[in-house]
Design a binder for this molecule. Structure first.
Ligand SMILES: [Mn+2]
Length: 187
């Protein structure tokens, strides 16, 4: 399995610190994808998102998205909290868990994903992960709420991940929030 990834992330217009973080880590046959959106914006949001990234850099990738999310929830206790979507891609399957409003769209593999209401680090009543067999090719598109949810994932499916990210930022970025898009082609 080959994963071809690109991402772009910008702070809210007028801010220098970015409270969003795209994240990609591959180890052996496993790839972890994430978009983290620290609550609010500015340096405080950037700090809590960085804490989440530090955890994801160090954690074992043998875990499914659900376990990673539960652990991350514990690690961020006492912070302002984040919204986050995590995808763990392994040779045959993909597991996804989403808390808050970081979107995850899939082309190729049908993802029966239900978003878990709540804020990671503060309160999550119930994690609602999904884990399915991956169909090849699949494109995963993750984006924070600084991108309009009207983004036409189907219309840009023939663009490379990098060009598709550029197109999303150019046309669907909302200036009043940090904006992040991450696209992964699984082939
Ligand atoms: Mn946001």
């Amino acid at each position: 399995m080959n994963v071809d990834c690109a991402h772009l992330s910008f702070p809210k217009v007028g801010e220098t610190a970015n409270g969003d973080r795209p994240f990609v880590r591959t180890e052996g046959a496993t790839t972890l994808l994430a978009v983290i959106d620290g609550l609010g914006h500015g340096p405080g949001a950037a700090e809590v998102s960085q804490r989440a990234v530090d955890y994801l850099e160090a954690v074992s990738l043998d875990l499914e998205a659900h376990d990673l999310m539960e652990q991350l929830h514990g690690k961020l206790a006492g912070s302002r909290g984040v919204a986050a979507t995590l995808c763990v891609l392994s040779t045959e399957s993909v597991s996804v868990c989403a808390v808050g409003n970081v979107e995850c769209r899939s082309l190729g593999t049908r993802l029966p994903l239900v978003f878990s209401p709540g804020i990671l680090g503060l309160r999550v009543r119930k994690f609602r992960p999904c884990s399915v067999r991956i169909e090849v090719p699949t494109r995963l598109v993750l984006f924070s709420d600084g991108i309009s949810s009207r983004v036409p994932v189907e219309e840009i499916k023939n663009l490379s991940p990098q060009h598709a990210c550029e197109s999303v930022i150019a046309k669907y970025r909302r200036n009043e929030d940090d904006s992040t898009v991450l696209i992964a082609d699984v082939g």
